[in-house]
Design a protein around this ligand. Structure first.
Ligand SMILES: NC(=O)C1=CN([C@@H]2O[C@H](COP(=O)(O)OP(=O)(O)OC[C@H]3O[C@@H](n4cnc5c(N)ncnc54)[C@H](O)[C@@H]3O)[C@@H](O)[C@H]2O)C=CC1
Ligand SMILES: CC(=O)C(=O)O
Length: 370
């Protein structure tokens, strides 16, 4: 197969979808790997590293997008839509539920797309999302701590406090992978930490993990309203796989927060849980202030730490990439139920039920198509 690795073009997206080690493995199965020049440089991989691994370097995105499979990190941006076509297999994060424009571009072009974030094992784990949620969760606390400082517009608060002066309060809504990783850093710096989830068993697991260093609460509008009002930093980490995130924190709740507080919507890639966040932000302009509260809504947080994130992503994607390349699309989808759940569009059909439901779109069972 011919596999294309483009340079990412999203704002400050310095991750790359395949490492030189991944190239070596694909080449050992006689695949041709095209890598766009400078694709890996932000992650610490030079063009010469890819050449030494056996890749063919190309100068333009056009050459990459003519490959049979294009492996990306982030979803195609509008300037890339003209590359989509009905011979293409695209493997990347897509987050289609809140993005009808991209869904339409994929369906109109007949692109077959597999979304990392909807690949799901029988035990419900999302193996290709977990490492990035770990990173985003951990980053969310250090990012929040920064924006609570006075210079970037925060209230001028040190989350750990100091002896004789109160700690800050962090509220984490959604106690899955991102939420637990946020809690790990939040507990580590000594803040007051509250975690809310709708799943009582998950809350019990978190209490086992963190002991009395956290407060857990069942996620209800009343509990959210109460704890958000006194929080310095609120972090949104809710996910209903494949679906648009529910708006759990209303604008009135944000208006009740004290001036200079910070909200971080990690779940913004699925549309976000804060009603007052009406657009995504970028690493160049990560926050805007509304109702006196700093709003952070960067949808590619791990792009800030590409040397960690590229390796963490490649660790989990490579087995799927190898299977796709070695078996081909249809045989891989039949052989691997988890991968089948990643299939979002197939030849003009929307094949993920959660995405279809979120968008009120017709759904087609992929097993009826091949
Ligand atoms: N902004 C960024 O750069 C990144 C964003 N993410 C996103 O972070 C979000 C969270 O991902 P994970 O932690 O991996 O998901 P997860 O599935 O591990 O955890 C989600 C948690 O939300 C809980 N939940 C569901 N409904 C809830 C409600 N009404 N109230 C409270 N909790 C509720 C679930 O019970 C679960 O524990 C996803 O949208 C993911 O795509 C992940 C990585 C990077
Ligand atoms: C999960 C995702 O979209 C990201 O890591 O950017």
């Amino acid at each position: 197969m011919i596999i294309g690795i483009p340079k990412e073009i999203k704002n400050h997206e310095n991750r790359v979808s395949l490492t030189p080690d991944g190239v070596k493995q694909l080449i050992s199965f006689n695949h041709l790997v095209l890598v766009e020049t400078l694709a890996g440089v932000g992650s610490g991989f030079l063009d010469t590293d890819y050449l030494d691994a056996g890749a063919t370097l190309v100068q333009t995105p056009e050459e990459i997008w003519s490959a049979e499979i294009v492996i990306k990190v982030k979803e195609p941006l509008t300037s890339e839509y003209h590359f989509l076509n009905d011979h293409l297999i695209l493997f990347t994060y897509l987050h289609l539920a809140p993005n009808p424009q991209l869904t339409k571009a994929l369906l109109d072009s007949g692109t077959t797309s597999l979304a990392y974030e909807t690949i799901q094992l029988n035990n419900k784990n999302l193996p290709l999302l977990i490492p990035m949620s770990e990173i985003a969760g951990r980053l969310s606390v250090q990012t929040g701590a920064h924006f609570l400082e006075e210079k970037p517009g925060g209230k001028g608060l040190l989350l750990s406090g100091v002896p004789g002066v109160a700690k800050g309060s962090i509220v984490i809504i959604g106690g899955g992978t991102a939420g637990a990783n946020a809690a790990q850093i939040a507990v580590g710096i000594g803040a007051n930490v509250t975690i809310l989830d709708i799943n009582p068993q998950r809350l019990a697991q978190l209490e086992n993990q963190f002991g009395t260093k956290i407060q857990t609460l069942i996620s209800t509008p009343q509990n959210i309203s109460k704890v958000v009002a006194t929080a310095d930093l609120v972090i949104g980490c809710v996910l209903i796989p494949g679906q648009t995130a529910p708006k759990l924190v209303t604008t009135d709740m944000v208006k009740n927060m004290t001036v200079g507080s910070v909200i971080i919507d990690v779940a913004i890639d699925q549309g976000g849980i804060f009603e007052s966040i009406d657009h995504t932000t970028t690493h160049d302009e990560p926050v805007y202030i509304k109702y006196g509260v700093q709003h952070y809504a960067v949808a590619n947080m791990p792009g800030a730490v590409p040397k960690t994130a590229t390796n963490a992503l490649a660790n989990v994607t490579l087995p799927y990439i190898l299977q796709l390349a070695n078996l081909g699309l249809n045989a891989s989808l039949h052989a691997n139920e988890a991968l089948l759940k990643g299939l979002n569009t197939y030849q003009h059909h929307l094949t993920n039920l959660d995405v279809a439901t979120s968008q009120g779109h017709d759904y087609v069972d992929p097993l009826t198509l091949f």
